[in-house]
Design a protein. Structure first.
Lengths: 512, 512, 512, 512
C-alpha cells in the first residue's frame, strides 16, 4: 500500500465549518462531520482548521483519541489509508511567546534545587510559579466557592495525636497491603486527569516513581497518556489500578474494562461522585481571560451551548449520569477485578457497597472539585468505620472490604491520622501533580523521599512500630465533626481596638 | 375641559416654605401644606421648590404617590384640573456631573460581558462598582453592626451535605409548588424596595425575568414602580404575590389588599418584623457625606426631627407599630388570599401562625436590616420544623402550612440546604437587585440561568431526582446553632511568631 | 489674719530634693517631707520643684488632695497660714508645644459634627484621634494581653435574639428602678477615674448629662473633680451612687462614706476586684515613650521602686489589699446606704453577697483592667442568675438583691441582652469618657440620645413593651460559655491557596 | 613532659579528607578517621581542615566533646601528648562581616533599656532582631507546620479564671516544693540545648539567675557549657536537675548519670519524646540559605546522607530510639535520684509511670519541636489529673508522684492556670533563651523580676494567698479540649462585603 502525501497547502484550504481538516502528529483528518460531536466544542477545532493542531491536542487527549472517535475513512480525507501530510508543506501555527510566558520560562530556569524542597507544600508553591496558567487553573481549581477543597486539608487539623512513649522504635515499618497487594506506604497515587498539562511526560512520571518507591498508581480514564502506554511503562510485578468513568455507551466501558483486566490491572475504582462535572470557576474564569469574551457572549446569545466550562467538562461529556446501584451486578459480570467505589460520602452508601460484596470504597469528594460543602473524606471515615464495624459484628461476610480516603493530604502525619481512624490507605493526587509539574519525575521521586522521611519520623514519635499499632485511641478526633463559622466580626469595635506593641529598638529601623 | 398651561417662570416664583410648587412629570403641584407631612422631610422638597423634581422623585416614589397623597385641588395650583406646565418654560435643575460620577459612568461602560459573570457574587462585585453611591448604600446596608446581615450567609456554611451516589440522575427536577402554584425553582423573588435606585425600569426587570423563568415575584409595597404597572406587565398566567406593610390607616390597607386580590395577586405576605425600620448606619453615613452636615446639625439643634436616617425610614413612616395578633382575623375577613407572615424569627411565633390557620411563614430577619443579632432564617428553620412537625403529629388540621426562608442566599447549593431542612422555597432579594443594577433585565435573566445550571448540577451531585428526595438526612446541620466568637487574639504572641516560608525562586522576583 | 505674699523668685530657690516647694492653684506648698510618700513617686514632683505644678496636678488629683495629705504647716512654707504666691512673680513652666501636639489640636479642630456620630463606636474613633496620648493610654489600656478587655465586648456577640412579632409596640418603655430609684434606661454611668485627663470639666460632664437624661451617675473615688463638687452639681432629686476604694486607714474610709451618706448618696458600690491594680502595659509603655528611659533604668538599677506603672497605680497605692468578707459587717455598721459589691466574678461570691444581705453585686472585671482571662460579666451573669434563683426558691429573704453587669457595652442591643439574662441594669464607662473627651458635655448628651434611639428601636424589634417582657426565652445564649481559640493556621497551605477572584471591569482601574 | 609546638603552617597542609587536622582552643587534633562519624557530617569539619575551628566549634559543643570522642592519640597528631599549636603561626579563618551582620550589630547596639521590657513577649521581639539568624532559627523553630508549637501557647487561652474576692491578700506566697526542694516560684528553667548560640555564656546565665531567684535549673544533656561547669557555677545549696538523652551506649549514660548524682544533681528527667528528632523546617531552610544549595544537591544525588537537617539533628544522632519501659528498672538500679519522664503526652503513659514508682512526669511535647499535632501539655494535664487521681483513690502507694507541664508559657497567669489544674510546677524554656540572647544574665534576671511582679498581682487578683488555694474550681477549662478549625472562608462573599466605617475627621489626614 503506497501512501499518498497530502500537501499542507491543500489542507489549508479546508479551513471552514463546511470542510474542516486538521493535522495531528503528521496525519490529516477530516473532522467536518465530527465538529458538533466534539466534547470540547467546535470552536477550539475551528481555530486549527486547515492547520497543525498537535500542540493543542496533545496535553488533553490520549494519542489514540482521534482514531477512536473518527471512522477510518476520515483518517485521511483525500484517500482512505493512503498517506500522510508532507511536513515541509504544513502551514505553521505561529505561537507568539508572550511576555508573561517569557517571565514564566525565566521562573522555570530559576527553580530552587530539589534539596531545598522540604515538604509537599513547597512543590505547590513552585508549581504555581512555573506552571502555565491554564494548567495551574485546571489542577488547582475546585467546585463553586472551594470550601470543600480547603476543608479537605483543614479537617486533618481537627485530629490530634495521643502518642505513646517508651516503645522500642528502632525499627518502624509503615508498609501495608492494599487489596492484597504490597505497598511500601499506606498511600497510593490517585487518578488525576490531563497530566501533560503539567509536564510533557504526563502520568508516566507517576508510573516510574511508583515503581521506584514500591507504591501503587491508579491510572485515570482521562490520562493524557494512552492507557497502554502507562501499562507498558510499568516494571515487572508493578501493581496498577484503574479509575473508571463509566461511558453512556456501556460497550465502550466493557471493552475498556476487559482490556484493562487483560493487561494486568489489579483493581477497578469506579468513580461515583461525578454524574456531572462540578463548576470549577477558577478554571472557567481563566478561560475567559485567555479567550475573547465578546465572541463567547455572542455565541451565548445565539443560544449556543456554552462549552467554555473548562477542560474537564469538555473532555468528560461522555460520562453517564444514569449510573446506578442496579449497574453493579453488570460490573461484577464483566470482570473479576475487585471493584471499589470512588467518591462515597456517607456511611449509608458505604454500607450498601459492603453489602453488595464490593472490595471497598474511597471516601472522597473528588478533591473538592464536585459538590461544594461535601464533607471531607476523613470526617466521613469516622462514621463509616463505626457503621461498617457494626455490620461486621453482625457477621456479614465481606471480610476483605477496605476503606480508603483521599483529599487534602500534605504530610505523612495526615496519612497516619487516617490510618488511625481506620483507613487502609490514602490517595494522594495534586501534590504529585505539582511535583512533576515543577520537576518532572525527579520531583515525584523527591516527594516520595520526603514522605518516607516523614513516615519514619512520625511512626517513631507516635510510638508505633507498624501500622497495626496505630489504633483509634492514638488520636483525639472529638472535634472532627465541628463545622464552625465564627460570628461575623464587629468591624467598628475591631478597628477601634489599638493593638498592643512590643518593645522597640531605639533608633534603628527594624527589619520587620 | 380645556387645560391651562402654567409657565415655568410662574412656578419658579413659588420657591419658599410659604408657597412651594414643584413639577413632577410635567404637572404642577402645590405642596405647601404637605411639606410637614412628607415622610422624607420638607428639606428635600424645598430643594426643588419652584423647579422640576421628577428626577429626584422617580426612583423613590411610585408614579401615583403624589396624586394619592395630595388632595385633587393641589394637583394644579392655579386652576384645579386645568392644565400642565409648559415644558419649554421650566427652569432646569442643573445637575452637575461630578468627577466621581464621570468615573462611575466610565466603569459602567467597562462592565465585563455577561458571560464572564459566573455566579451571583459577581453581580454584587460589579454592582458595587457601577451603582450610584446612594443606591449601593441603600441596597447593601443593614442594621447596626451588620452582624446578622453577614450571619445570614455564613449560617449556610455550617450546613454540610451528605450526598448519595449511584442513583440515576439523568433527569433531575427542581420544580415545586409554592402555595399551590407551580414554580420552576424552589425560590421566589422576594420583595425589596426602591428598585429604580438601581435601574430605570425598577421592579419591572424582575417581573419580566420571573415570567421568562417560571418563578414567582413578590411585589413590594414600597416598589418604585406602581403596583398596577407591575401587575399589568405580568404574562398571562404569571403568578405574583404581594408583600404588605400595614398602614396606620387600616382603610388604606384594606383598599390596597382588596385591589390586589382583584388584580389577581395570589398570596399576601404581611411583613411583621418592621414595626419600626432598623438603623442602617452605612446608609445614614452615606447621607451625611452627600449632604451638608453643618445644616443637619443646625436642624438637629433646633429640635427638629432628624429625617436623615436614610431613604427607607423616610418612606416608611406610615407603617403601623401597633400591628398585633389581634389584627389577623381582620385580615382574614377582608381577603381570601392566603396569608403568610414575613419576618417570623422563633418557633413560638411560627406555631402561633400555624394555629391561626395561616398559609405559612417566612423565617426572615429582613435581610439583616432590622434587628441585629436576630438569628438567620435557616437556623430558625431547624427549630420551627421540629415544633410544627410535633404540632402536626397532634393532628391539628393546618395541612397547607408552608415554610419559607430568606436572607443570605447566593447559590442554588444554599437553597437546596434550606429545602433539605424543610423549607418549601427560599426568597432571594439583593442578588437580583445587584443583577439588574449592573445589567438590567439581562442581568436577572443571566442570574437565573446561572441558578438553573447550579440547581441541575447540585441535584445530580447530591443524588436527588426531585426535591422530595432531598431529605433531612442529606445534610449535617449539627453545628448550625453555634454562635462562636473566638477568644480575642494574643497580639504580642502573634506578632512574635515568624511565619513559615515556602521554598523560593533563586533570583527572579516572584510574581506573588 | 493678714496674708503674706511669697514671691515666685523665692519659691524658685526651693527646687531640690532637700527643699522642695511647689505652687498649686496660686498657693505655695512645702512638699519636701512628702516626696517619698507621694503615691505617684517623687520624680514627677521634683520636675516641678520651685515651679507652678497646677497644670500637671489638676487632671490627676481632686482639688482638695494636697490639703488632705499635707499637714497644715506645710500649706504655706514660709509662714503658716499667712498668704499666697504673688502670681506675677512665678516662674513660668514653659510647656513646649510639640509638632505632635500641634497636629492633635488640628485634629480637634476638625472633628466631625455631632450629628455625624451615629453610634458609640464613633466617639471612640474620634477620641483616639483627638485625645492626648497619655489620656488615651490611661483610658483605653487594660490588663496584660488585654484579652478580657476585648472578650467583654465580644461575649455579647455570642448571645442572639429570639424576637417576638405581632405585639402592639406603639408604646415601648425601657425605664426601670435601680435599687429603688427611677432610671429612664436600664443603665447607669459607672465609675471611672481621672476624668480631667480627657476634658477640663472631668466628671461634671457626666453629672450634667445624667441629670438631663434621668439616669444615675456613680461617682468614683478617684474622680478628678472633688466629690462635693460633683454632688453640688446635681439637680434637685438627681440620684447619685458612690464607688468606693477602701483605704488602708479605715477611719478615712468611714469619714468619706458617712460624708457621702450625709450628702445624699443613695448607694455604695464597694470595689472588690482591685486589691492591687492590674498591669496595664499599654499605659506603662506610653509612659516610657514620654519619659527618658535611661533615667528610669538608672533608678531601677539603684534599687528604687519602679513608680512608672501608669497613673492608675500611682494614685491607688492607698487601696487596702486586706479587704475581706469579715469587713462587711463593719460597713453595715457605719452606713445605712445599700451596699453593693463591684467586681464579683463567679456565682459563689454572688451567693455569699446575697446571703450577707447586701443589696446587689456588679458582675464586672473592671473593664478588663485587672485580671486578664477573667470572664466577662455577662457570661458570669448566666450562672449567677441560676444559683441566686435557686437560693431564692429556698426562700432566703434577700428579695431586694439586684444584679448588675459592666464591661464591653456599646449598643442598647447589648444592654437589653443583659436584661434578658437577668440583669437589672448595666454600667457603661469608657464610651462616655470617649464622648466627653471628644465633645464635652454635648458628646455625652448625644451618646445618650443615640442610646435612646437604639432602645426604642430594639424594644420594638424584639417585641417587648417593657423590660419585664424581655424574658430569658428571648435570647439564645447557648454558646455564651464557649472559649474557643481556633487551631493555629497552616501558613504554608494558606499561602499556597490562591483566592478566588470576582469578575473584573475591563480596562478601567477599579476604585477598590 | 615537654610540649612540642606545632606550627600553623604544618597544620595547614592537613586540609583534605585524606588528612584532616583542625585546631580547637589552641590544640591540634587529627580528625581524619572521625570525619564519617561526626554527627554533624564531615562537610562542616572539612570547611575548617587545616584551620582553627574554635569559633564554629564552641557554640555547638561542650568544651570536652572533642576529647571525649577522639582517642587520646589523635589529640595531638604529630606527637602524642606533646604540645599545642603555636598561636602566632595559625592561619586565620577570615570571617567576612556581611552587611546583614553589620545591621544586626547596629540593632544590638540599639536595644531598648531593660526597664522598657514589660513582659516575656518583649524579649522574644528583641531577640528576633538582635540574634544571629542561625541561632534564632534553631531556638524558634518547631516541627513540621509548627501547629503544636503555637497550640502550646493558645491552649492557655481556652482556660479562664473564676477568681474569688474579699479575701485578705496582703500577703501572697507562690513558693512551692518541687520533688521536695524549695522553689520560690511554681516554675523551673527547663532544659534547652545550645545556649551559646544565643550568648557566649550560654547556660551559665541561667544558673546564675536561678540562684538569685531561688528557682531550679534543669541542665540539658546538650548544653553548650560543660556539665561540670554548670554544676561548679551553682551557689551552695542551689538545686539543679538534669535532663537526660539516653545514649545507644548505655555505659556512657550510666557514667553520666552516676557522675551527675555524685555532683549533687537532685533529679533526673529522662526525655522520652525524642527517639528521633523532629523535622524543624524553619531551621532546615535557614541552613540552605546559608550554604551552597548546589553542593548540597550534588551530595544528595551521589546518595550521601543528608546531614543538613539542622544543628539539633546533627548533635543528637547518639540518642537511642530503642528506649523502652523495660529500661526503667535499669535506671532505678544505677541511681537513687528521683526519676521523671519528660515528654509524656497521654494519661495512659502517665499512669504507667505512676505505677512504675517514678517520681513524676512532665506533660510536654518538647516545645512543639517533635510531633506536630501532639496536644499541649496543659490540655493533657486535665486528663492525667483525672486518671492519676482515680488511681490514687484506689490507694496505690505512689504518693510523691508530681505532675509538670511545659510549653507555651509567657505569663505567670499561664503558670497559675496549670497549677489550678493540678500541676506542681511549669517548665519555662524559650523565654529565658530569648532573655539572655538579647540581654545576657541581666535579661534572665529581669524576666524573673517581671514574673515575680506578675505572680504577686495575679495571686491577689484571683484571691489566693498560697498555691494551695488555687483549686480547680478557680478555672473554667470547659473549652480546653476543643480543636476547632473554622470552615474555610467564602472569599467572594467576604470581598464583596464593604466594611463599616467610623466617623471621620473633616479635612485633616488621620494619623491612622
Amino acid at each position: 500500500m503506497s501512501k499518498v502525501m497530502i500537501s499542507g497547502k491543500e489542507v489549508a484550504t479546508h479551513n471552514t465549518r463546511e470542510s474542516c481538516w486538521i493535522i495531528v502528529h503528521g496525519k490529516v483528518y477530516d473532522v467536518t462531520d465530527f465538529l458538533d460531536d466534539h466534547p470540547g466544542g467546535s470552536r477550539i477545532i475551528l481555530k486549527y482548521a486547515g492547520k497543525d493542531a498537535t500542540a493543542e491536542y496533545d496535553p488533553i487527549h490520549p494519542p489514540d483519541a482521534i482514531t477512536t472517535h473518527l471512522p477510518p475513512e476520515k483518517h485521511n480525507p483525500r484517500a482512505f489509508s493512503l498517506g500522510s501530510v508532507d511536513p515541509g508543506t504544513v502551514q505553521k501555527v505561529e505561537v507568539e511567546v508572550t511576555d508573561a510566558e517569557k517571565q514564566r520560562l525565566e521562573r522555570v530556569a530559576n527553580r530552587p534545587s530539589l534539596s531545598e524542597i522540604l515538604n509537599l507544600h513547597d512543590f505547590e508553591a513552585i508549581a504555581r510559579m512555573v506552571m502555565p496558567e491554564k494548567a495551574w487553573a485546571y489542577y488547582s481549581s475546585a467546585a463553586e466557592d472551594e470550601i470543600t477543597n480547603r476543608e479537605n486539608h483543614v479537617a486533618y487539623h481537627r485530629i490530634w495525636w495521643r502518642p505513646r512513649i517508651l516503645r522500642d522504635v528502632t525499627h518502624v515499618d509503615w508498609s501495608t497491603k492494599i487489596l492484597g497487594h504490597a505497598s511500601k506506604m499506606p498511600l497510593y497515587i490517585t487518578a488525576t486527569a490531563l497530566g501533560k498539562l503539567g509536564h510533557p511526560d504526563g502520568e508516566l512520571n507517576l508510573t516510574k516513581a511508583a515503581a521506584k518507591h514500591g507504591i501503587i498508581q491508579m491510572i485515570p480514564t482521562l490520562a493524557s497518556c494512552a492507557f497502554d502506554e502507562l501499562v507498558d511503562a510499568a516494571q515487572p510485578g508493578q501493581v496498577q489500578f484503574l479509575q473508571l468513568y463509566v461511558n453512556q455507551d456501556r460497550e465502550i466501558t466493557k471493552k475498556f474494562v476487559q482490556h484493562a483486566e487483560k493487561r494486568g490491572i489489579k483493581a477497578l475504582f469506579i468513580t461515583v461522585d461525578a454524574p456531572q462535572l462540578g463548576r470549577r470557576e477558577k478554571d472557567m474564569r481563566q478561560k475567559f481571560e485567555a479567550e475573547d469574551p465578546a465572541e463567547v457572549t455572542a455565541n451565548k446569545q445565539e443560544g449556543k451551548v456554552d462549552r467554555m466550562q473548562g477542560a474537564a467538562r469538555a473532555i468528560s461529556s461522555f460520562i453517564d449520569p444514569s449510573l446506578d446501584w442496579k449497574d453493579i451486578p453488570w460490573f461484577q459480570s464483566i470482570t473479576k477485578m475487585p471493584l471499589i467505589l470512588k467518591g462515597v460520602q456517607c456511611w449509608e452508601d458505604a454500607l450498601q457497597a459492603y453489602d453488595a460484596g464490593l472490595a471497598g470504597v474511597v471516601l472522597s469528594n473528588h478533591g473538592g472539585r464536585q459538590l461544594d460543602f461535601s464533607r471531607s473524606g476523613v470526617e466521613v471515615l469516622a462514621e463509616v468505620v463505626r457503621e461498617v464495624g457494626a455490620r461486621r459484628s453482625l457477621s456479614f461476610p465481606n471480610d476483605k472490604f477496605q476503606l480508603f480516603v483521599d483529599g487534602g493530604v500534605r504530610r505523612a502525619n495526615d496519612v497516619l491520622k487516617a490510618v488511625a481512624l481506620g483507613a487502609t490507605a490514602v490517595g494522594v493526587g495534586r501534590p504529585f501533580l505539582y511535583a512533576f509539574s515543577s520537576y518532572g519525575f525527579e520531583g515525584v521521586d523527591h516527594a516520595l523521599n520526603i514522605l518516607t522521611d516523614e513516615f519514619e519520623m512520625n511512626m517513631r514519635l507516635i510510638g508505633a512500630r507498624s501500622l497495626k499499632e496505630i489504633v483509634p485511641e492514638m488520636v483525639d478526633a472529638s472535634s472532627l465533626k465541628s463545622h464552625i463559622v465564627p460570628v461575623p466580626g464587629d468591624r467598628l469595635f475591631d478597628s477601634n481596638y489599638e493593638s498592643m506593641q512590643h518593645a522597640r529598638l531605639r533608633e534603628v529601623k527594624s527589619k520587620f
